[in-house]
Structures are given as C-alpha cells and as structure tokens.
Ligand binder design. Structure first.
Ligand code: SF4
Length: 431
C-alpha cells in the first residue's frame, strides 16, 4: 500500500497529526490482536478532531473477519479494505477526497502491489511474502478462514520483487507465508521452496535468506540439503510445532506425532551443523492434561531450541476448537506457558554462552543510545541465529561509523538470555 500511494504522488508522513489520511492496517486472528486493532482505530480517530485527518481507513485481517461489526460499531471509519482488496487503496483515498467521480488509480494486480513496494524501515532486511493462505486447518486457527486456501506466488514475481528490494539496499530477505514449506505445490506440482531459495540466492546484492513458518511435514530432503549447502541461506529455521503430546497434536489437527518431530529435529541438527532452530508452542489447548504438559515440558528440555515463543490457547469463534470439551482456566494456561518460558530462558542462556570468545558476522540494523558511555558508538544488529523483531540482537561497539545494512565481524564477549554483546573487529583480525 505504501508503494502504491507513494507512486501516485502522495507524501508519506510519520506523525499522525499531520496526515490527511490515516491507514490502520490490522491483524485479526486472535482476540488480543483484534482488541489492539480496535484500540488503535479509536486512538487515531482522535486526529479527525485534533489533527489534519479527513480520512480514516482500516485495512487487513480484522476487516476481513469483522467487516459488519466495524462498519456498525466504529462510525469514525471512512472506508475499509479486506486483505484481498488492498490494491484498491489509491482509489479509496481518491474517492474520499475527490468524490465518487474521481479519476481511478492505476489498475493494480496484487502482484504489482508486491513488486512496487516501498520500505517503511531501512535496516538491511525485508520480508518477502511468498504465498498467502493455508490448507492445513489446525483446529485452533482462524487464519484459513480469513486468508483462504494456500496460494503461492509465481517465482518470477518474487524474483522481481527481491531485485527491487535489493536495489533499495536490502541485504537479507526473510521469507514468510502462513506455510512457507508448502510453497510451489499448487503451481509447480511439488513443494519448491528449495528451488525458489536457489534462484533468490543468484541476486548478487542479497547476502542472507531466512525461512520462517516452516510447517514440519513439508520439510523435504531437498530443502534440508539446500539449506545445508547454499552459503546464502542462514543456518536457521523457524518451525512452529505447537505441542509434543500426540493426543493434543491430533486434536489440534496437526499431522506429526512427537516421534516424527524429534526425528526431524535430529536430522536438521545433524545435516546442518550449527543450525539455530526457532519454534512456537501453545499451552492450554482444550483437554490438555498434566501428563500432556509434562510431555511438552520434556520435549522443550530435550530439543534445546535456540528460540522459543510460547502462547496460551485463545478461544476463537468459528474454529473447531471453540466447541471442544475441556477448556482450561486462563490462570492454568498462563502458568504452564510461564513454566516453559522460564525453562527456555535457561536453555537460551546456555546456548548463547557458547558464542563467547567467538566471532560472528552481524548485519547492522543501526546505532543505539549507549547509557554507560553517551559519547561511545554502540550499534545493534543480528547474526544468522536471529530473525528480525522476534529473536535476540547482537550489541557491539565500533570505533568506525557503520551504516544500517553493513555486515561486520563482532567478537562476542558476553551473553545474555536473548542478546549477545561484543566489539567489532576488522575483517583481517577475524580471519
Ligand atoms: S499451519 Fe499455521 S496458519 Fe495454517 S492453520 Fe495451522 S496454525 Fe493456522
């Protein structure tokens, strides 16, 4: 949307009080996200009286899921666009300001929408959305109902978008979708993420490729080999497993049992030495017993993930788990989540300590305030082990100025649960 409005000649401003039109792009897959979206809409609606705002437009998943409620309950909203209607954003703005007879914006397909992107941040990385929708139908998840079935994007379109991002200074592409490992099955007849990664790695300016949201059953041998052998693919994989107890996995509609998950993780660690694994798990699924939780706890203990996100089950209307028996009290769900997070904190710290006195290549994101030494030059960035926004950071000092998107070598001197600390060293001294 940013790319489209910018191309049409609109100026993009960062302060809502100066904006003539405010667009709130929402998430809507769990209640907590919807609450956050509604709070943002109400807060930003205030700029219609205290600022320049004449058009408040709400877009995204919350609109797709709760269109009628938004129109009925939020009269401050001037227009809405669901996830599949985003290419119409320019038309909508023009109609609000110039009336229904206004000149329509360029006719954009959703592929153009992706290729003509404008970056909102310049930190050396960008997300690359390789598919939309999901065919998995996990019983707790509203996403397939919001986004529809899995639909891969054409490789040519993705390569054009990636080249455009590389020309804007992007050095790391983070591949995302609801299910990245399903990529290509619908249009090329087989899961083709390995082939896509190889093609993307031919773009000279792109140095790192990272895969998020890998559904375990679609991780093929070809993909494992590509990650192991292609130097541009970070030795990193985000693979949400959700649970480890077979009975919970079955009721969740997940396809793997615990033994298969353990086997896959063992194979990944063996074939890709040094791989950093991230996962997501859920506590408090309906009917989760103390025994189920113990199985999950042991699994977390044994797998020693580099990064782990733990969430509690959210009871969402319209999904099969909503009507299942055995819903647990919020306190119990929270307690179980906290036990796992505490356990993981110790595992992460131990994993991180292994990097003290080692040198890591770091993609610089920017300079950060140094409280201990306000005159000093403290920077932050990420190594191959960390995805943007969710994982840890590497904080480091440097005598020379560094720009966002620069790769540097950092000698690690200290490790925390999430972050690493160190000093930039010259390329020669890291040899
Ligand atoms: S794979 Fe992910 S997006 Fe698809 S249904 Fe399951 S949880 Fe939802």
């Amino acid at each position: 949307m940013l790319g489209l409005v910018r191309r049409e000649g609109f100026a993009i401003v960062n302060e809502p009080e100066t904006a003539d039109a405010i667009i709130v792009n929402t998430c809507g897959f769990i209640r907590a996200a919807v609450r956050e979206g509604i709070a943002a809409v109400i807060e930003l609606a205030g700029y219609k009286t205290s600022g320049a705002c004449k058009a408040l437009i709400v877009t995204g998943c919350m609109v797709t899921r709760y269109k009628d409620d938004i129109l009925a309950e939020l009269p401050e909203v001037d227009a809405i666009l669901g996830t599949r209607e985003l290419p119409r954003i320019v038309d909508v703005i023009k109609r609000i300001f110039n009336g229904p007879a206004s000149e329509p914006g360029a006719d954009e397909s959703s592929e153009d929408l992706y290729i003509n992107r404008a970056l909102s941040t310049h930190m050396g990385y960008a997300y690359l959305k390789i598919a939309e929708g999901c065919d998995n139908r996990c019983t707790y998840c509203a996403i397939p109902y919001i986004k529809g079935p899995h639909k891969s994007r054409q490789a040519d379109s993705l390569l054009a978008e990636a080249a455009n991002l590389a020309a804007q200074g992007v050095r790391e592409l983070v591949l995302v979708a609801q299910d990245t490992t399903m990529y290509g099955k619908d249009i090329y007849g087989r899961p083709s993420l390995d082939i896509l990664l190889r093609k993307l790695s031919d773009i000279p300016e792109i140095a790192w490729l990272r895969v998020m949201y890998a559904y375990p059953e679609n991780i093929t041998e070809a993909l494992i080999t590509e990650i192991a052998e292609n130097n541009k693919i970070c030795k990193y994989l985000d693979m949400p497993v959700q649970h480890a107890s077979d009975s919970v996995l079955k009721r969740m509609g997940r396809k793997s049992a615990e033994t298969e998950l353990r086997g896959l993780i063992g194979r990944l660690r063996e074939t890709i030495p040094g791989i950093a694994l991230r996962t997501t798990i859920m506590t408090g699924f309906p009917g989760e017993t103390q025994r189920d939780f113990k199985i999950l706890r042991n699994f977390v203990e044994d797998m020693r993930f580099e990064h782990l996100g733990a969430f509690t089950f959210s009871r969402e209307e319209g999904v099969p788990a909503y009507t299942m028996k055995g819903h647990l009290p919020e306190k119990l769900k929270n307690d179980r989540r906290d036990i796992l997070l505490k356990k993981q904190a110790g595992i992460s710290l131990n994993n991180n300590k292994q990097f003290v006195a080692q040198t890591l290549t770091v993609l610089t994101e920017g300079r950060v305030p140094d409280e201990e030494n306000p005159q000093g030059c403290l920077y932050c960035g990420r190594s191959y082990r960390d995805c943007p926004e969710n994982d840890g950071m590497v904080f480091f000092h440097s005598d020379e100025e560094i720009m966002s998107g620069d790769f540097v070598n950092v000698l690690i001197s200290e490790a925390g649960e999430h972050d690493l600390y160190g000093m930039r060293i010259s390329d020669e001294s890291s040899q």
